[in-house]
Design a protein around this ligand. Structure first.
Ligand code: UDP
Length: 332
C-alpha cells in the first residue's frame, strides 16, 4: 500500500512509519515538526519507499500519485504540549482532519484517525467502553485537545456517512516507549528522566489518579490491525456495548471507534515506585499541584479490539519499562 502518515515524525507516527516500511509499504511522511523530530525518522531517510515532507496538514494538501490510506496522526499529544499550543491543537484536530479527509476522498483512500482516550474526559464510568460518551469540560485548558479530537471523530463519521469514505477511528490510551522526547512532559518519560538524572520524581497531586499504560509496539500492532481489517467481520456480531449508553448493534461496525490500550490500571504513585525500582534509584518523590481537570481514572475496555481485530497487548509494564529505561539511558 501507499500510505500518507501525517505527524509521521512524532512519537507514534515515526513508529508507524518504521513498522509499515518493514512490512513492505510505501510511506509518505508529513510533519510540520512543531512537536515531531527528524531524529525519529533518521533511520528511514534515504529509503526508496520512504519520503518526508515538512508541511502543515492544516493547509491545502496535494500528493502526487495514488494513495491507499491516509493516517492522520498529526497533533500535539502531551498535555504539556497542547497546553502550550492550544490554537495549533484545535486547528490540527479540526482543519487538519478536514484536509486529510478531503485528500483521502480525492484519492479513494482509506482514512484512519488517531483519536484519544481524552474523548472520555474525566470519566464517570470505569473502565471505559467505546459506547461511553465521556465527561469533557469544553472550556477547560485540556478542552483544546479533547474537543479537537471529538470534532475529529465527528467529521470522520460524517465523511463516512455522507460521502461513503472508508474510515477507521482509534482511541489511543496512554502509550510509552522509545522515541519519546526527554522533555515530552508525559508521566513515564518524566519519571524515567528524573530517576536517571537523580532528581525528585514529580508526582502531581497525591498520585492516587490512575492510568493504563500501553507499550508502543503493542499499540502500533493494534493500529496496523485496524488499518488492515476488512470491512465485514461476522464474528463481531457478538460484540455488545457494555455498561451505559449502549449503541444499537447496527452502529457497531469497523468504522466506529476502537479503544487500543493496555487494560492494566495503575496509580501514578505506583508507576513512580516502579520506575524507582527498575532504575535502581532511591530519589525522593516530590508532590506538585494537580493539573486542572486531570482525569481521576482511565482504563480501556478492549473487548471490541479483541473481538474484531483479535488484538490484545502482550508486553507487560515491567518489560516495557525496562526497554524504555534502556532507551533513555542511551540518549541521555
Ligand atoms: N503526572 C505526574 N507527574 C508528571 C507528569 C504527569 O504525576 O511529571 C500525572 C498527571 O497528572 C496524570 C498522569 O500522570 O495524572 C498521566 O499524565 P500524562 O501527562 O502522562 O498524560 P495524561 O494521561 O494526563 O494525558
Amino acid at each position: 500500500m501507499r500510505i500518507l502518515i501525517t505527524g509521521g515524525a512524532g512519537f507514534l507516527g515515526s513508529h508507524l512509519c518504521e513498522t509499515l516500511i518493514g512490512q513492505g509499504h510505501d510511506i509518505l511522511c508529513m510533519d510540520n515538526l512543531i512537536t515531531g523530530r527528524t531524529e525519529n525518522i533518521a533511520s528511514l531517510m534515504g529509503h526508496d519507499r520512504f519520503s518526508f515532507n515538512k508541511y502543515d496538514v492544516c493547509n491545502y494538501l496535494h500528493v502526487d500519485g495514488p494513495l491507499d490510506a491516509v493516517m492522520h496522526f498529526a497533533s500535539p499529544a502531551s498535555p504539556q504540549d497542547y497546553l502550550e499550543l492550544p490554537i495549533a491543537t484545535l486547528k490540527v484536530g479540526a482543519l487538519g482532519t478536514h484536509k486529510a479527509l478531503g485528500l483521502a476522498m480525492a484519492k479513494g483512500a482509506r482514512f484512519l484517525l488517531a483519536s484519544t482516550s481524552e474523548v472520555y474526559g474525566d470519566p464517570l464510568v470505569n473502565p471505559q467502553p467505546e459506547s461511553y460518551w465521556g465527561n469533557v469540560n469544553p472550556i477547560s485548558p485540556r478542552g483544546v485537545y479533547d474537543e479537537a479530537k471529538r470534532f475529529g471523530e465527528a467529521i470522520t463519521m460524517a465523511y463516512h456517512r455522507y460521502h461513503g469514505l472508508d474510515t477507521r477511528i482509534v482511541r489511543i490510551f496512554n502509550t510509552y516507549g522509545p522515541k519519546m522526547r526527554t522533555k515530552d512532559g508525559r508521566v513515564i518519560s518524566n519519571f524515567i528522566v528524573q530517576a536517571l538524572r537523580k532528581e525528585p520524581l514529580t508526582v502531581y497531586g497525591d498520585g492516587s489518579q490512575t492510568r493504563s499504560f500501553c507499550y508502543v509496539d503493542d499499540l502500533v500492532r493494534g493500529i496496523v490491525s485496524l488499518l488492515m481489517a476488512p470491512n465485514e467481520n461476522p464474528s463481531a456480531l457478538e460484540d455488545k456495548a457494555p455498561n451505559q449508553q449502549d449503541q444499537p448493534s447496527s452502529d457497531l461496525n469497523i468504522h466506529s471507534p476502537f479503544n487500543i490500550g493496555n487494560p492494566r490500571e495503575v496509580t501514578v504513585l505506583e508507576i513512580a515506585n516502579m520506575v524507582l525500582a527498575h532504575t535502581g534509584t532511591t530519589n525522593p518523590i516530590k508532590h506538585c499541584p494537580l493539573p486542572v481537570d486531570d482525569p481521576k481514572v482511565r482504563h480501556p475496555n478492549i473487548q471490541r479490539a479483541k473481538t474484531w481485530l483479535k488484538w490484545e497487548p502482550h508486553i507487560t509494564l515491567e518489560e516495557g519499562l525496562t526497554k524504555t529505561i534502556k532507551y533513555f539511558q542511551e540518549i541521555l
